[in-house]
Design a protein around this ligand. Structure first.
Ligand SMILES: N[C@@H](CCC(=O)N[C@@H](CS)C(=O)NCC(=O)O)C(=O)O
Length: 168
């Protein structure tokens, strides 16, 4: 019998969303448990070496790091998300790594302690998104998604420029 999957999550964590998207695309049943990262439960600290979400519990095993969780799901669940061709698969993996860098940039952007850092992070993020845009422009599913991401980014920028994030 297949092991039950539990995704230890935080409601706002974008790394969790990666795992949720993969599980949803593969139509895999899972239980989601949202925790408070500002007050991490002891059981979570015990299973999460880096103290970060997501963690995927598979029976008695705990898999941490979102990209590793994605690889595990790809190897064990139906409906492959990677292409079969090794070269294209390598490209996918490389862009997943790029996605990790973008998520880290976004975290630095939200957490910028001062205006100079905020400007530097904004510029870095814009450069990353400019690099990404041609890769996603032609794909059938993602024009709407991309537009919504740009809107989210614009909202975040507007929010921060109003001073509701920095120093809040
Ligand atoms: N490299 C990790 C990053 C995960 C991460 O940064 N998660 C954040 C929430 S979005 C977290 O748990 N932060 C809590 C902390 O660092 O104490 C991954 O890809 O899973």
């Amino acid at each position: 019998m297949a092991e039950r999957l539990r995704l230890i999550s935080h409601k706002l964590c974008p790394y969790v969303q990666r795992a949720v998207i993969a599980l949803t695309e593969k139509s895999v049943a899972f239980e989601r448990i949202d925790i408070d990262l500002a007050n991490k439960p002891d059981w979570f600290v015990a299973i999460s070496p880096l103290g970060k979400t997501p963690v995927l519990q598979v029976g008695d095993h705990a898999i941490f790091e979102s990209a590793v969780i994605l690889e595990y799901l790809e190897e064990t669940q139906p409906s492959p998300l990677h292409p079969a061709d090794p070269l294209r698969r390598a490209e996918h993996r490389a862009w997943i790594e790029f996605g990790s860098a973008v998520l880290n940039d976004i975290a630095g952007f939200y957490a910028a302690p001062d205006e100079a850092t905020f400007k530097a992070k904004t510029s870095q993020l814009e450069q990353r998104l400019a690099r990404l845009e041609p890769r996603v422009a032609g794909a059938p599913w993602n024009r709407r998604l991309w537009n919504s991401c740009r809107q989210t980014e614009a909202c975040a920028l507007a929010q921060v420029s109003r001073g509701t994030t920095i120093g809040a």
